[in-house]
Design a protein around this ligand. Structure first.
Ligand code: HAS
Ligand code: CU1
Length: 590
């Protein structure tokens, strides 16, 4: 690919302030009302900080799980025993805090703030604060039974394992409040459409609105599961629960949730990472197509988590399998587009050769390197996903250590490491504080990457030998795993836990130091939203825009189509289960 040099290039430490030099990159429309802007930034900061507090606790439990798969049972140590009743309570907390709480709070702040700034709109701040408070209330309610070992159900809370009603009620309130964010953002976008007839929705707002729409359809499964099935059952209002129906509703949401986790990172990869590298977003129309494909196809694929479940016909499993392969396509488009935008930046910085340009990327900038290392690990995570999705391979890897290997290089890096990198400019932007040390931040993100890669290697490898997931294998290693040649992957997994602990300590040291430092300014000029230029923009006027832009703009209609597609792919499957309900009583195994 040949590109012309850019008029401006971001410096490694941070994107250049607007006005520092001429740049064609977009700038967020100015917001004149300082009190409104301050409140908007504050609520976003609350979401982001709550997210990282959850991650802090969740991540500290992580090494305990890694050591378990490294053959070392630390759950017997008195200090751990005083805090956690069992391996399973530790695993439940780890999964819920990292995968459910961290992601949802970060995303709710990030994808509320971005479209509001991108469109320069005013939203009702009382409603925004109310939503944050409600989400936090849900979290606190669910935290009580989790911390007291009264809902040790792992993050998938499959019935008939039963927890306290408070856990399900808290979870329902937490997920329900994310739907209030959906309402607020979509409503704001519709207002913008009315006030700006004939205009193309700016890219960042477009991506955010489409992801929220996808989430609204995706979350229906878990909302119905929890509100209709689990809460009445846990309150004793009904005598039993149908495990298969619950599990199927769970995976309606449970697969699509992975795109709810990763697409907010994609927003950054498309719109902001090129700027950090001094490059440009390649094609705005193609980016819009990618997000519409995710909107349409993220949900009706959940049966790939249930290949081994009985009472679901092979026809539907196979249909979901093909749709799963199809949903890899927008990720492949992303891999192409984002690599091209990085190459664009590297060549503008003097990069040469077929692959030699890679060395010219700003690897010392933790904001950049966190996100690009996240992408690199996602190449392998995505490839593993295709293996999982293939019904012929699924029997080998399903319910083995391979699966946690897979999701630590997807949600554990593509999502989490990206969010860790984003926070390094977002928090200065929101608070007007400064990143205390780029060097330490770099160490943190590089060790996170290395730790996760080593962990994933160890776990995938163990999984291929049939080491089961979600088990206190270190306690039984003597008997069950004695004859397996898994010494090396077991050792790698143990080592990775230590690397990740070091990484977490470094990262949270930098993060908390930044949050506790003095405010220098309002962050608008010192850490602006790092919009990238576009090689192929969409234009502002719908009438003159290309076909891809015009066909992807009617998001409301596409949203409706999404719902229809999902009902087509799930309706018959669920209908049969409802017609043959099999209620069983609850169990408490902990
Ligand atoms: Fe997955 C299980 C299939 C993506 C997370 N997945 C899980 C679980 C989690 C999870 C948490 O079909 C465990 C659930 C549980 O507890 O039981 N997954 C897929 C497929 C994809 C996929 C087909 N997964 C994700 C993402 C996740 C995630 C994203 C979180 C964020 N997954 C499965 C299946 C199972 C499963 C089965 C069930 C397994 C079982 O048996 O239980 C696809 O979306 C992947 C497509 C991705 C790609 C990669 C594109 C690469 C990109 C990076 C480009 C790099 C660049 C850098 C630009 C094809 C975009 C260049 C750099 C330079 C310097 C040049
Ligand atoms: Cu999935």
């Amino acid at each position: 690919m040949t590109t012309s040099p850019l008029p401006t290039r971001s410096r490694p430490a941070a994107a250049p302030p607007p006005g520092a030099a001429s740049t064609a990159a977009r700038q967020a429309p100015p917001i004149a009302d300082a009190a409104y802007l301050a409140s908007l930034k504050k609520v976003t900061q609350y979401y982001v900080v709550t997210a990282f507090l959850a991650l802090f606790v969740g991540v500290l439990i992580g090494p305990l799980q890694a050591l378990n798969y490294g053959g070392i049972n630390v759950y017997e140590l008195p200090i751990i025993r005083n805090l956690l009743k069992s391996y399973y309570q530790g695993l439940s907390l780890h999964g819920v805090l990292n995968a459910l709480v961290f992601t949802q709070f970060f995303i709710s702040g990030w994808m509320l703030y971005l479209p509001v700034r991108d469109l320069g709109m005013r939203i009702n701040m009382r409603f925004a604060w109310f939503t944050y408070a409600l989400m936090t209330l849900g979290l606190l309610l669910a935290a009580v039974p989790l911390l007291t070992n009264r809902s040790t159900l792992l993050y998938t809370f499959y019935p008939p394992m039963q927890g306290d009603a408070l856990f399900y009620i808290g979870a329902a309130i937490m997920v329900g409040s994310s739907l209030l964010v959906v309402g607020q953002v979509v409503n704001m976008w519709l207002r913008w459409k009315r006030e700006n007839p004939g205009r193309v929705t700016p890219l960042v707002a477009f991506m955010s609105v489409s992801v929220w729409m996808m989430w609204a359809v995706a979350s229906l499964g878990i909302v119905i599961e929890v509100v209709v099935l689990l809460i009445p059952w846990s309150l004793g209002l009904v005598g039993g629960v149908d495990p298969l129906l619950s599990k199927t509703l769970f995976w309606w949401t449970g697969h699509a949730i992975v795109y709810f986790w990763v697409l907010p990172a994609y927003i950054s990869w498309y719109a902001f990472v090129p700027r950090h590298a001094g490059g440009r977003t390649v094609s705005e129309p193609l980016t819009r197509l990618t997000f519409v494909l995710f909107l349409l196809n993220s949900v009706p694929v959940g049966l790939h988590h249930q290949y081994s479940d009985p009472n679901i016909s092979v026809l539907w499993k196979t249909l979901h399998m093909f749709l799963t392969f199809l949903i890899a396509v927008p990720s492949l488009l992303t891999a192409f587009s984002v690599t091209a935008s990085l190459e664009d930046g590297a060549r503008a910085r003097g990069g040469r050769g077929l692959v030699g340009w890679v060395t010219k990327l700003p690897w010392g900038n933790a904001i950049f390197s966190a996100q690009v290392l996240a992408m690199i690990s996602f190449i392998l995570g995505g490839a593993g996903g295709i293996v999982n999705a293939s019904s012929t391979f699924a029997g080998v890897v399903h319910n083995t250590a391979w699966i946690p290997g897979h999701f630590h290089i997807t949600v554990g890096t593509a999502t989490t490491l990206s969010f860790m990198g984003i926070a390094l400019w977002l928090i200065p932007h929101l608070t007007g504080k400064r990143l205390p040390s780029m060097r330490l931040a770099s160490w943190a993100v590089w060790t996170w990457f290395v730790g996760m890669m080593v962990f994933a290697l160890g776990m995938h490898w163990q999984g291929l030998y049939g080491v089961t997931r979600r088990a206190l294998v270190s306690a039984t290693a003597q008997d069950v795993y004695r004859d397996m040649p898994i010494g090396l992957p077991v050792a790698l997994t143990a080592i990775s836990g230590v690397i990740l602990l070091v990484s977490a300590i470094l990262y949270f040291y930098v993060l908390f130091k930044m949050l506790l430092s003095k405010r220098v300014d309002n962050g608008e000029v010192s850490a602006p939203i790092p919009y990238s230029e576009k090689i192929s923009p969409a234009g502002e006027n719908l009438a003159t825009a290309g076909k891809l832009v015009r066909y992807t703009e009617p998001l409301m209609a596409l949203w409706l189509l999404t719902l229809v597609l999902v009902l087509m792919m799930y309706g018959p499957v669920l209908g049969r289960m409802i017609a043959n309900l099999q209620l069983v009583p609850g169990w408490r195994l902990y």
